[in-house]
Write a protein that binds this ligand. Structure first.
Ligand SMILES: C[S@@+](CC[C@H](N)C(=O)[O-])C[C@H]1O[C@@H](n2cnc3c(N)ncnc32)[C@H](O)[C@@H]1O
Length: 283
């Protein structure tokens, strides 16, 4: 895979418009993302947009690209892609954009980003076309059907997918007292399991005491092999704490998935959505 410039070109941001008040603008919304909106004015969430874009090696220049931001929430990643020159950006997410802050940001930025209230599981190239760039940040471990989500991403991808997710490589994931075993044996266990793909399933509040929306914690090699199995070349770009980032490139879909197994049976093909993608890529 080609190496790409990861450092965002220093865009000079405009100052806040006359009469803009941060206090009233940000009031009443839960801001998940942190992003510089105007000179010296940032969306006040914990999730750092610039850090994550750099971690996944998102190019500084997206001139002419058609972009899909899956799980957009406040929308800052979508607006960042527009700022990097994308020709068209679609933000797809489950929130009401009037309540998530998306509409508020779109208005103040006079942005053209389009919001679709919908699910990754329904992505369909016949309805939406294909995308040069897809962002899939902070969504994979929220999926009860992660491989289905990846197949659906593949069905609308004609270029790259940038991924950021929770991973378990540096995370103590054995239940109960067994968790101690990993601590006692130290890094050896983690290193031994690093070459074996693992999707660790979570009960309700097991990963996060205040959030039961997490279903699976993959390790890095599980993410790599899941995307490869759907027809992506993929590289691991970065890891920190219990998170990792990746850059994937659409490639021909493996015959195993399309023809040689039960999953390729015509009764399944509408579910995974890989039947209608460009033949030149699916080979
Ligand atoms: C942890 S947030 C990540 C938000 C953003 N991408 C970021 O990194 O800051 C998870 C997002 O995934 C979205 N999401 C969860 N399940 C989804 C699905 N089936 N289809 C589309 N979006 C989904 C949620 O609506 C939420 O916006």
């Amino acid at each position: 895979m080609e190496s790409q410039s990861t450092n965002a070109a220093r865009v000079v941001l405009p100052p806040a418009p006359p009469g803009f008040s941060s206090d009233s603008f940000f009031e009443g919304i839960y801001w998940h993302q942190q992003w510089e909106l105007f000179q010296g004015v940032s969306v006040p969430g914990p999730n750092k947009v610039k850090f994550l874009c750099d971690s996944a090696h998102l190019p500084a220049n997206l001139n002419g690209k058609r972009v899909l931001d899956v799980g957009a929430w406040n929308g800052c990643f979508s607006f960042e892609c527009e700022r990097r020159g994308a020709r068209e950006v679609i933000a797809l997410s489950l929130e009401d954009p009037a309540l998530s802050g998306f509409d508020r940001l779109k208005r103040v930025l006079d942005s053209k980003v389009q919001y679709i209230n919908g699910s990754v599981y329904n992505l369909n190239p016949e309805q939406m076309g294909t995308f040069d760039v897809i962002l899939f940040f902070g969504v994979l471990y929220h999926m009860r059907y992660p491989l289905l989500a990846i197949d659906r991403l593949r069905s609308v991808s004609s270029g790259e997918v940038y991924i950021e997710t929770h991973v378990i490589d540096r995370h103590s994931w054995l239940r109960g007292r067994l968790g101690l075993v990993t601590k006692l044996l130290g890094r050896g266990v983690g290193l031994a399991l690093r070459a074996t793909p693992i999707w660790r399933q979570y009960r309700e509040f097991e990963l996060n005491a205040t959030d039961q929306s997490n279903w699976f914690g993959p390790n890095v090699v599980a993410v790599l092999e899941a995307f490869q199995s759907s027809g992506f070349d993929i590289a691991h770009t970065s890891s920190w704490r219990n998170r990792a980032a990746f850059r994937a490139q659409a490639c021909p879909i493996p015959p195993r998935l399309l023809k040689h197994t039960y999953e390729g049976h015509s009764a399944n093909i509408n579910v995974v959505g890989l039947h209608s993608i460009d033949d030149t890529l699916s080979g």
